[in-house]
Design a protein around this ligand. Structure first.
Ligand SMILES: [Zn+2]
Length: 247
């Protein structure tokens, strides 16, 4: 699963500029977002650690479980590879390669099996051209542009008191937020596909599935937290732009 907390980190730096002129209370929105993301991240790490100590009854490793989930889903053209790092697991649709990290590939824990199956969920979405996934891929360039340019453009708008630049900055930032919004159904759906195959294929038993739901649920919450943090930052930009109008 991809746990990178996204797009808008460059925005955290703005507080210095605000504090230089006056106490910028809107910075509290950034801090609130940061806290939400930290809590979600600690939660997923805790849940993952807990279930990475629970051995799956089948004894299948993450890689073997992924093989089985793909096979049960009728997918034959996806390769499974090992990738270094912690929670760096992902499915690469361009090369049709499913990469599983150290803690997933050769571990036979419930957590490893569930994370591997979740990545298979993305491969299944890709094969079936699942709508939100297609939309998400389409949005990648716009989201990258938005997260790179939103802050510089907005800052120029503030410095030169140019309203159109502030608006463009807000629109650019909204593109990044939109991308995060579309990411939610993609992630939730990958997990529900994964759990369905794990259950129907008899790869995990009932108790194990309950644990798996907790692991994947905690992972999904990190995406919700990232979105919430970005929405708070968007709100902040809107408030700052509005304040500048009144100056
Ligand atoms: Zn995912």
């Amino acid at each position: 699963m991809n746990l990178l907390v996204t797009t808008a980190n460059s925005f955290y730096g703005y507080g210095g500029y605000g504090a230089y002129r006056y106490f910028d209370w809107t910075y509290l929105l950034v801090i609130a977002g940061l806290l939400i993301s930290m809590i979600a991240s600690a939660n997923v790490k805790g849940t993952f650690n807990r279930y990475s100590k629970v051995r799956s009854m089948s004894g299948l490793t993450g890689a073997m479980a992924a093989q089985k989930v793909l096979q049960l889903s009728g997918i034959q053209d996806v390769r499974i590879e090992h990738i270094s790092g912690n929670l760096t697991d992902h499915y690469d649709p361009r090369t049709k390669v499913l990469r599983l990290s150290d803690s997933t590939y050769s571990s036979n824990s419930v957590a490893a099996v569930c994370v591997a199956a979740h990545e298979c969920g993305h491969a299944i979405q890709h094969q079936k051209s699942y709508g939100p996934l297609v939309l998400r891929s389409t949005l990648v360039p716009a989201a990258n542009l938005g997260s790179t340019l939103a802050w510089p453009v907005f800052l120029m708008g503030l410095i030169f008191s140019m309203r159109p630049l502030l608006t463009v900055g807000i629109v650019l930032f909204s593109l990044a937020v939109l991308f995060q919004l579309v990411t939610l159904p993609v992630e939730f759906n990958a997990s529900s596909r994964a759990l369905k195959v794990l259950e129907n294929g008899g790869i995990l038993g009932d108790t194990e599935l309950a644990g798996g739901k907790k692991v994947l649920g905690a992972a999904a919450l990190t995406y919700v937290a990232s979105l919430a943090a970005s929405i708070l930052q968007l709100l902040r930009l809107i408030i700052l732009a509005g304040g500048r109008d009144r100056d």
